[in-house]
Write a protein that binds this ligand. Sequence first.
Ligand code: ZN
Length: 113
Amino acid sequence: MRWKKTPRKRDPHICPVCGTRVEKPVKTWQLVAPMPDRYGRITITIMGVFECPNCGHRWRAVISKIKTGGGEVEVETAKGRKKLGAGKPKAPPKREGQIIEIDLDELDEEEEE
Ligand SMILES: [Zn+2]
């Protein structure tokens, strides 16, 4: 089986030698960037060692990247980016969403009667 090397986009779970997909890494560890990025966030890189059950090849790959700081956490994996957490760090926590939900419930009840 021919394997075309595409270092940036390749799935970290796929054996670079034979193309077998390995679900779980043998070992994982985190690399924390010594410097924050331009948004003041620290990037934590999750690295893994995989061992191919088919051909025995071992390789290291980046499993995901987590950017944390400034009130939010961004997780970057092979599947894409995902933002977690507050989103807007400078805004004080508000409960507006819950108040709106209560208002809508009350409106619905009035319509039914
Ligand atoms: Zn393999």
